[in-house]
Design a binder for this molecule. Structure first.
Ligand SMILES: [Zn+2]
Ligand SMILES: [Zn+2]
Length: 480
């Protein structure tokens, strides 16, 4: 008898846990910490939806006739047939297709079921009942330009319209978002700020926590242990959003140009999937991609342009300096003379510098040369460097003078008074957008609004010339 009554009880006792666990997210069935029968009961009662992880794309008659099968991964949106493989499945004991594209987040096979919550929203953390409480305690002052942008952004998102903030590097984009974020949170909305890179999440997280001390904020990036599924404000890399589904009422995309959307459609898919249908997007960028730029210029996307930094000073303008056969010199273990002259001068002036190089190998080689040549306190970083975050922190604290880096630090890392050179600015990895971002590292603080910025090159490229033109144009507009 007891057993029978238990059987009828399990549903309510698991129900709330399940709602909290699943809401706004998507899991493989085997990842759920609930008994199968509970899940089935929820499916039967319309709270939970289940769909296959791998779908067949054979909707075209030619594929059907040829017998060739085409697949789509429902979790990551992968349609690249090269990124599917087959295995003898240990789960269903058949031959199963699986997606290689999102394999690092746990295998999705043909026999995998993806599970989402489709029932009512949980009673989430919300401030709508005490609307007069200030959530944002940031007490800095916005410039008039920033204020106007903040109000326009807030208004657009309230009207459920997408918006572009086209702002020069160092315009203070983060502070411009505060008003709109606070407003959305007060209405009980779920807000996500998606950024392209781990470094950006790590840089923004403490600032957001300081600005919104009473709001639970989750920071998601590869290796973060800070996963609070029900946090009303989430800062995340695009990759980590793959685990979400129809969760957010409002999406901020910081540095939208840096999303390699055209190289990796999965990231765009992940961000779109994480948003609720019809959720407005706020795009923030110094160098918006062509599609957004033309949508804004033609009036189909509303937005504002900020051509001035928050401290009112113009953007530092890069100098071009010919450096000749720098690559061979470094490969032979020598320090190119113009670089030596520049670095010696900077060290005498007690400046901290970023030295940007085109590749990981060059970052290693040049760091070694500099250390050997007694440029003290020099370190190199690149994307796979396990000590990268410590090194960046040491640089911030002034323990390091010279940071040799690949383009991973082109954005997000702000250090007052830093000066910058790009070695091999003519290399194709330094496109117009990257060069503008790199230039934006200089002169960001009000105490040090200027600074030296050199592109060492062995022949001017179109990207260099365009980046220079863009910076000068912004300065011209900002001076008006
Ligand atoms: Zn996939
Ligand atoms: Zn299987």
């Amino acid at each position: 008898m007891l057993l029978i009554s238990r059987k009828n009880d399990y549903f309510p006792s698991y129900h709330l846990d399940m709602q909290r666990f699943l809401f706004g997210r998507e899991f493989r069935a085997e990842e759920l910490p609930f008994p199968d029968k509970v899940v089935k009961e929820h499916v039967k009662n319309g709270y939970v939806a289940v769909r296959p992880g791998i779908e067949s794309l054979n909707d075209n008659i030619f594929d059907l006739l040829s017998g060739r099968k085409k697949w789509l991964c429902a979790r990551c949106g992968n349609r690249d047939q090269e990124a599917f493989a087959t295995c003898a499945c240990s789960h269903c004991r058949k031959k199963c297709v699986y997606c290689r594209h999102c394999l690092t987040m746990g295998i999705v096979r043909s026999c995998t079921n993806l599970v989402t919550w489709i029932g009512p929203e949980p009673e989430s953390w919300t401030c709508s009942t005490h609307n007069d409480v200030q959530l944002c305690t940031w007490d800095g002052r916005l410039s008039d330009d920033q204020n106007a942008a903040a109000a326009a952004l807030d208004q657009a998102l309230t009207a459920r319209e997408s918006f572009l903030i086209w702002a020069v590097t160092g315009a203070g984009k983060t502070e411009i978002m505060y008003q709109a974020i606070e407003h959305q949170l007060k209405k009980g909305k779920h807000v996500v700020l998606a950024t392209p890179r781990t470094d950006v999440v790590r840089e923004l997280l403490p600032r957001m926590r300081a600005a919104f001390p009473s709001v639970p904020i989750s920071g998601l990036y590869a290796g973060s242990d800070d996963v609070r599924a029900d946090a009303p404000l989430v800062l995340s890399t695009a990759h980590q959003l793959i685990r979400y589904s129809k969760c957010f009422d409002c999406v901020f995309i910081d540095e939208v140009d840096a999303f390699p959307f055209h190289f990796d459609p999965m990231l765009e898919f992940a961000v779109r999937k994480a948003a609720k249908p019809g959720a407005p997007f706020a795009y923030l960028s110094a160098t918006p991609p062509a599609a957004l730029r033309s949508a804004y210029l033609s009036g189909s996307l509303s937005g504002v342009k900020l051509s001035r930094r928050y401290h009112g000073h113009p953007l530092p303008v890069p100098r071009f300096h010919w450096i000749g056969g720098w690559l061979r010199a470094i490969q032979k273990g020598q320090l190119p003379v113009p670089l030596r002259v520049w670095l010696t001068e900077k060290m005498e002036q007690k400046r901290q510098v970023f030295v940007f190089v085109p590749s990981v190998t060059l970052s290693r080689d040049l760091t070694e040369i500099l250390q050997r040549e007694a440029f003290d306190r020099t370190v190199g970083v690149h994307a796979e460097d396990p000590h990268r975050h410590t090194k960046v922190a040491d640089f911030r604290n002034g323990k390091i003078n010279i940071l040799v880096t690949t383009t991973i630090l082109e954005r997000g890392v702000t250090v007052p008074g830093v000066e910058v050179c790009v070695v091999g600015a003519d290399d194709p990895v330094f496109d117009e957008c990257a060069l503008v971002q790199i230039s934006g590292r200089v002169g960001r603080s009000a105490e040090y609004p200027a600074g030296d910025l050199v592109f060492f090159h062995n022949g001017k490229t179109l990207a260099m010339v365009r980046a220079l033109g863009q910076i000068k144009q912004m300065n011209k507009e900002g001076a008006l």
